[in-house]
Design a protein around this ligand. Structure first.
Ligand code: CTP
Length: 396
C-alpha cells in the first residue's frame, strides 16, 4: 500500500477522535492521509493534532488563498486514491446526496472523481430517520460505499445502531476499498428486480409489495466487482445504481422479453417478485363494477416462469442461473424443491417469518446442488456483497 493515499474528511461528532487513531493505523499500513477538518470537527480535534499524526498540512477553509495557491480544492479532491468521510455526520451525507457545496469538505466531495467511503456516526434516531435513509440510499446508488454503523450504547445515552465502527474495521474497509476486487471484469450479468404490475384496466393493476432493494443492491455489488450489469426492473420508487444498464418493464411478459433480449449473459440472477398470474384480458376502458348484485369475478392467465424459462434454455443459457425463494417454514425443503423444479443452479432462500420484509436486515441460505451455506444476519447491502462474492468466485 506504500504508494496509496486517501483524502480523509473529518466531520463534527464525538467519534472524531477515533479518526486520529485511524490516521496512525493507516500510516502503519503505508497509506498516506491528507485531511480536511470541517468547522464542527474542529470542536473535537485540532488541525495541529491532525498534522502531527499525518505529517501533512491539515486543510480547513474553502477560501484560504494560501491553500488555493499551493493546491486548489479541485486538485485536493482528485490527487488521491480514495476519499474517506470519517466520522460522517448526517449533515455531510445530506449535502453530498443533494449536491450541495458550501464549504471545503462538501466542495471536495462534489469535485472528486474518486470513490467515496462514508463511515457514519450519529444518534440512533437520526440514523433511523427517513431523510437520512434516503440520503444513504442515494449515496450508495451514486456508487459510494456507506458502511453500516455499529450497534451499542451511544455517547448520548441511547442504545442502537449509530456508533462509528472500531478503528480495526475502518482500516480493513479502507484497505479493501483501496485494492478493489475486479474479478467480474469482462462478465455480463443479468439481474431482475422489483415487482411486476399486471393491468386490470387502464387505471388498476395487480402487483405485490416488493421494493426492489435487494435486487438493486446485488446489481450495485456486481458492478463494483467490474461486471457489466443489465438490470431489468419492475416499477419501484428507489434510485437505480449508477453504471448499470437499466431496462424498465411493467408486466411479467415484458420482463421475460427484456431478459431474453439482453442475453447472452454469464449469469442470470432472478430477484424479481414476478406475479404468477395476470388478468386474462385487460380492459381498454375503465371497468364500472360498483353496485351489482353478483360478486365480481375475474379470470386469470398464468404468467411464464422467467427463472424456469432461462434455466431451461437450450441455447444461450447463462453459465450460472440463480433464483430466490422467500419462505416462512421448511426453508431447506422448499428451496431444494425449487432448485429441482426450476432447473436453476442456486437458490438463495430467506426465512421471511420474522421482520425481513421491509426491514433493514436479512439473512439468507444459499442452496446449490452440492449443499448449503448460511450467511450471518447483516444489512441488505452486506447480504448483496456476500452473494456477489460467491458469484464472483463461481464465475472465475
Ligand atoms: N420467478 C420467475 N417468474 C415467475 C415467478 C417466479 O422468474 N413467474 C422467480 C423469482 O424471481 C424467484 C423465484 O422464481 O427467483 C421464486 O420462485 P417461486 O416459485 O415463484 O416462489 P414464490 O414466489 O415464493 O412462490 P411459491 O413459494 O408459492 O412457489
Amino acid at each position: 500500500m506504500s504508494d496509496r493515499s486517501i483524502l480523509l474528511i473529518i466531520t463534527g461528532g464525538v467519534a472524531a477522535f477515533k479518526s486520529l487513531e485511524l490516521i496512525r493505523e493507516l500510516g502503519r499500513a503505508g497509506v498516506r492521509s491528507r485531511v480536511i477538518l470541517t468547522k464542527a470537527a474542529q470542536e473535537f480535534v485540532t488541525p495541529l493534532s491532525v498534522s502531527a499524526l499525518s505529517g501533512e498540512k491539515c486543510f480547513t477553509e474553502l477560501f484560504d488563498l494560501d491553500d488555493e495557491a499551493e493546491m486548489g480544492h479541485i486538485e485536493l479532491s482528485r490527487s488521491t486514491d480514495l476519499v474517506v468521510v470519517c466520522p460522517a455526520s448526517a449533515d455531510i451525507m445530506g449535502k453530498a446526496a443533494n449536491g450541495l457545496a458550501n464549504d471545503l469538505a462538501s466542495t471536495a466531495l462534489l469535485a472528486t472523481d474518486k470513490r467515496v467511503l462514508y463511515a457514519p456516526a450519529m444518534n440512533v434516531r437520526m440514523w433511523d430517520h427517513p431523510a437520512v435513509k434516503r440520503n444513504v440510499e442515494t449515496l450508495r446508488a451514486d456508487g459510494s460505499i456507506v458502511l453500516e454503523p455499529d450497534e451499542g450504547l451511544m455517547a448520548c445515552g441511547e442504545f442502537g445502531p449509530g456508533r462509528l465502527p472500531e478503528v480495526a474495521r475502518l482500516k480493513e474497509e479502507i484497505l479493501a476499498a483501496l485494492s478493489p476486487d475486479r474479478s467480474l471484469e469482462g462478465k455480463h450479468i443479468l439481474v431482475t428486480a422489483g415487482p411486476t404490475r399486471e393491468p386490470i384496466d387502464p387505471v388498476r393493476y395487480i402487483s405485490n409489495h416488493s421494493s426492489g432493494r435487494q435486487g438493486y443492491a446485488i446489481a450495485a455489488s456486481l458492478r463494483d466487482r467490474g461486471a457489466k450489469v443489465t438490470l431489468v426492473s419492475g416499477p419501484v420508487s428507489i434510485q437505480p445504481p449508477e453504471g448499470v444498464e437499466l431496462k424498465k418493464v411493467e408486466t411479467a411478459l415484458e420482463m421475460l422479453n427484456a431478459v431474453e433480449t439482453a442475453l447472452p449473459a454469464d449469469a442470470f440472477i432472478s430477484v424479481a417478485a414476478v406475479a404468477d398470474w395476470r388478468p386474462a384480458t385487460a380492459s381498454d376502458t375503465k371497468l364500472k363494477l360498483k353496485g351489482g348484485d353478483e360478486p365480481v369475478s375475474m379470470t386469470f392467465a398464468e404468467n411464464p416462469d422467467i427463472l424456469k424459462t432461462i434455466s431451461n434454455l437450450a441455447e444461450n443459457r447463462p453459465g450460472l442461473v440463480i433464483g430466490f425463494a422467500a419462505e416462512t417454514n421448511d426453508v431447506a425443503a422448499h428451496a431444494q424443491g425449487k432448485l429441482q423444479r426450476k432447473g436453476c443452479d442456486w437458490i438463495v432462500a430467506n426465512d421471511v417469518s420474522g421482520d425481513v420484509m421491509g426491514g433493514e436486515n436479512n439473512e439468507v441460505s444459499l442452496f446449490t446442488k452440492d449443499g448449503m451455506e448460511a450467511s450471518p444476519r447483516m444489512s441488505k447491502a452486506q447480504i448483496a456483497d456476500w452473494i456477489a462474492a460467491r458469484i464472483a468466485k463461481a464465475l472465475s
